[in-house]
Design a protein around this ligand. Structure first.
Ligand SMILES: *Cc1c(COP(=O)(O)O)cnc(C)c1O
Length: 432
């Protein structure tokens, strides 16, 4: 019935996160409210790390892609778990550094990093900068020279792999704003150029083929293409690059119909493909990096809302409006993302209604979902949207001057605020 193992139903029939009653949490902290399970987050980190150990002898590092949900406490947890960290902006970098995340385990991505962001990365001693284009390569070399350092870099490469996911979250194909193309020779030219730059040290290649991918085949294809390219680089330039970053994008279960492979399946199959391809090309097995974001935090979070108006339009649909919406979860408005919802007080009950869950913004497209099965829902009920730990808070906006909800972390019978609720006053803080 449930999409994540941190969720249960108690004797009263209430939805629980790590055995904590969500109705109690809603009463204590108010709604809308994000609730996350720390145990689940840590468990997800370990599933990837254990599989890297088991199937690949630990020759690599698992990075948490912080854009899925970035705040100081998550960075602290990732650091404690021995993870590396992906950041894609100066703001994410600042958050990680403020949380004390070890800079040498940070990988800085982005297709248009500004000079200010690159300088910040050099100042903080970011371990690896994943360079996206030639302009950035030249600029970074000059900045590193001015600072008197040699910066480790990787190149983001488009391997030309189609990942069978929504076009907005697909990134590996040639028509993408991210990275150097393989087919056109652009990536090889960049590797050759980097060899002539004395303040940059190219450690390897990176690719990221998309997000919410259920199939392992595109990842295996990417492995073959990327190792093939590493071998080509060796042949044409004599350079042997030792690191291969295969990105993130592992799918999670939003609805019971979603059937993603187990977390360890990915590393098991990738590891076999890496060994096989390396043996075939007589290439040394690389240090592997992988970058799960969604699959670390997504299943660990839920959102609680309070139902306001219920409008049944006979023969059309029933609108159930809640006290949040596209400002805390824009994913349905963006790409019709699917979610499972439930009446948090009747969590074990049969789903007898089909509703359109609407937000409170002045926008008809402000919906969390349509035609969603749910138990009876009435004004004042608490409704839970499941698997909202990733790309919800991190994509939140202030449209209609709606304050962002707080995030509460539960762990083994305790609960604490890790991001505070914004106030109306906070919203005017930058106004002059
Ligand atoms: C978004 C992103 C990830 C994480 O993707 P998920 O689908 O959240 O696992 C990893 N690496 C890069 C470069 C990304 O852009």
């Amino acid at each position: 019935m449930f999409v994540a193992d941190c969720l249960q139903v108690n004797r009263e029939g209430h939805l629980c996160v790590e055995q904590q009653d969500t109705l109690e949490l809603a009463k204590k902290y108010g709604t809308p409210l994000f609730v996350m399970s720390e145990t689940q987050i840590r468990k997800n980190c370990r599933l990837y790390q254990d599989s890297l150990q088991r199937f690949y002898g630990g020759n690599g590092l698992v990075l948490y892609a912080s854009k899925a949900f970035c705040c100081k406490e998550i960075c602290r947890i990732a650091a404690e778990e021995g993870m590396g960290l992906d950041v894609v902006s100066g703001g994410e970098l600042y958050t990680a550094i403020s949380a004390g995340f070890p800079a040498d385990r940070i990988y800085f991505h982005g297709n248009n990093k500004t000079q200010t962001e690159l300088i910040a990365a050099l100042e903080h001693g970011v371990g690896t900068i994943v360079v996206d284009n030639l302009e950035e390569l030249e600029l970074l070399d000059r900045l590193a020279e001015a600072k008197g350092v040699c910066q480790q870099i990787m190149f983001r490469v488009k391997p030309g792999v189609d990942a069978h996911t929504h076009q907005f979250i697909r990134t590996g194909q040639i028509d993408s704003k991210f990275g150097f193309a393989l087919e056109t020779g652009e990536a090889l030219a960049a590797v050759q150029r980097a060899a002539g730059l004395s303040h940059l040290n190219l450690s390897g290649l990176h690719c990221h083929i998309g997000s919410q991918i259920f199939d392992t085949e595109p990842f295996l294809l990417a492995v073959r293409v990327m190792i093939g390219f590493l071998a080509q680089i060796r042949q044409e330039t004599g350079q042997v690059l030792h690191q291969l970053n295969l990105g993130g994008g592992f799918g999670i279960r939003y609805t019971p119909e979603n059937d993603p492979p187990a977390y360890e399946t990915y590393m098991e199959q990738v590891s076999a493909a890496v060994h096989e391809t390396c043996a075939l090309l007589d290439f040394p097995t690389p240090y592997i990096l992988m970058e799960p974001g969604r699959s670390i935090v997504g299943p660990a979070g839920i959102t609680l809302y309070t139902v306001g108006s219920v409008k049944e339009i006979p023969g059309v649909r029933t609108y159930v409006s809640v006290d949040g919406g596209m400002t805390d979860n824009p994913r349905y408005a963006l790409y019709q993302a699917e979610y499972q919802i439930m009446n948090a007080g009747l969590a074990a009950g049969e789903k007898t209604m089909r509703v359109t869950l609407a937000g409170h913004c002045c926008e008809s497209g402000d919906l969390i979902g349509e035609n969603l099965p749910v138990q009876d829902l009435q004004k004042g009920d608490v409704v839970a949207v499941l698997s909202t730990g990733a790309y919800n808070y991190s994509m939140a906006s202030h449209y209609n001057r709606v304050p962002n909800p707080p995030v509460v972390m539960v762990k083994g019978g305790t609960d604490r605020v890790i991001v505070k609720r914004e106030t109306w006053e906070d919203l005017t803080r930058m106004d002059v």
